[in-house]
Design a protein around this ligand. Structure first.
Ligand code: ADP
Ligand code: MG
Length: 357
């Protein structure tokens, strides 16, 4: 373990939202200190970290100073600007590396990369003009989904097209940003796999979860998903192949569509811990946050076998007003993110309700 960090080492995290906060909590239990970099003072992670640097992501001097003050740098969001990642990587190992960010930041690059590395996706076309969109619709058929190539999250920057007449409005909704048209996946289930790769190349994955979204936002995950061994083996193989191709270190979330005929398609990957992996906090001995910290520290990966089944319920916006009743609920473990302001659509916390395996 030559590149492994020692206890009391410092890990820098770009981004101080709830994912950074939960990473910091896991790191603290392992005797590692976390330094958060976030433009927002008082961000959720800052209140559980040993130090916070409040600066803009494009303040490369601040990024360099931050990275020079830690032993490894990681991130909690995929939109870390390339220049920021490069500035950090000059002063400390960046885990996962810049390639993972580059691939995950652009849906076109991402889908191309996935298909080249054994992970099939829906059919897709790059769209830059209205005429291009109409041609892509003729090729892929309808319904289809037009998405901005970059910066989409929680279903934002997407327009479903059901008939050709809707093409113009969908194109206008992209606001002139480069876009991608995706064939509509007629899935029976949305699944995800949370997989990790260590510094030594070892790969480990948790059992898949079944996820329910509404309004583009994840509402609930159920794990382990009741699926065939074959399906879960195929998901593992796809995740392992992508992790290897990215020379990845850390936890990655891979969102999947299961089709009626048994086909498994990758929707997207997230080069970070993932909301559909929150169930592991209370149903596994080593959760996704600890797993990520272990990988970033160059430590051995942990056991991914669950000791319980779990239903993870996101507390979105005013859902969180009912936090107290969750404290009285048996087998429910409440997680609140310390966000001072409740806003519609904002992830405020989650609950893991445990059950027998
Ligand atoms: P985000 O980056 O916002 O998570 P996604 O591409 O994952 O964007 O889309 C959000 C949700 O929209 C998905 O979880 C799925 O329910 C639905 N969706 C996205 N793309 C497709 C598609 N090609 N076919 C069917 N449903 C889709
Ligand atoms: Mg998604």
């Amino acid at each position: 373990m030559t590149d492994a960090l020692a206890p009391c080492a410092r890990i820098g995290i770009l981004g101080g939202g709830q994912l950074g906060r939960m990473l910091a909590l896991s790191a603290a239990r392992l005797g590692l200190d976390v330094v958060i970099f976030d433009p927002e003072p008082d961000c959720p992670a800052s209140r559980v970290a040993v130090e916070t640097i409040t600066a803009a992501y494009d303040d490369l001097d601040a990024v360099a100073k931050f990275a020079a003050s830690v032993d490894a740098v990681t991130y909690e969001f995929e939109n870390v600007p390339a220049a920021t990642a490069a500035a950090a990587a000059e002063h400390a190992p960046l885990r996962p590396g810049a390639l993972a960010l580059d691939v995950a930041q652009d849906r076109l690059t991402e889908k191309t990369f996935l298909n080249e590395h054994g992970a099939r996706t829906v059919a897709f076309r790059a769209v830059d003009t209205l005429e291009g969109l109409q041609a892509a619709i003729s090729e892929l058929g309808l319904p289809a989904i037009l998405k901005t190539r970059r910066f989409g999250y929680d279903g934002k920057g997407q327009a479903v097209i059901r008939e050709m007449a809707e093409a113009e409005a969908a194109f206008a909704a992209m606001n002139g940003q480069p876009a991608i048209l995706e064939a509509f996946a007629d899935f029976t289930m949305e699944l995800s796999i949370i997989a990790a790769r260590g510094l030594d190349g070892e790969v480990a994955a948790y059992p898949l979860s079944k996820n329910r979204h509404s309004g583009g936002i994840l509402r609930e995950s159920f794990a382990p998903a009741e699926i065939s061994e074959d399906l879960s083996n195929r998901a593992f193989a796809m995740a392992a192949s992508v992790l290897k191709a990215l020379d990845y270190v850390g936890v990655m979330g891979m969102e999947l569509f299961a089709l009626k005929d048994g086909t498994l398609l990758v929707n997207e990957i997230a080069p970070r811990v993932h909301n559909t992996g929150h169930w592991t906090q209370d149903a596994c001995h080593v959760c996704q946050f600890e797993q990520h910290i272990r990988a970033v520290a160059g430590w051995p990966l942990g056991d991914t076998a669950p000791h319980s089944s779990a239903q993870m319920i996101n507390l979105i916006g005013h859902d969180a007003d009912g936090w107290e009743s969750w404290l009285r609920s048996r087998k429910a473990v409440l997680h609140l993110y310390g966000k001072r302001e409740t806003r519609a659509g904002r992830k405020m916390g989650h609950v893991n309700v445990l059950g027998p395996l």
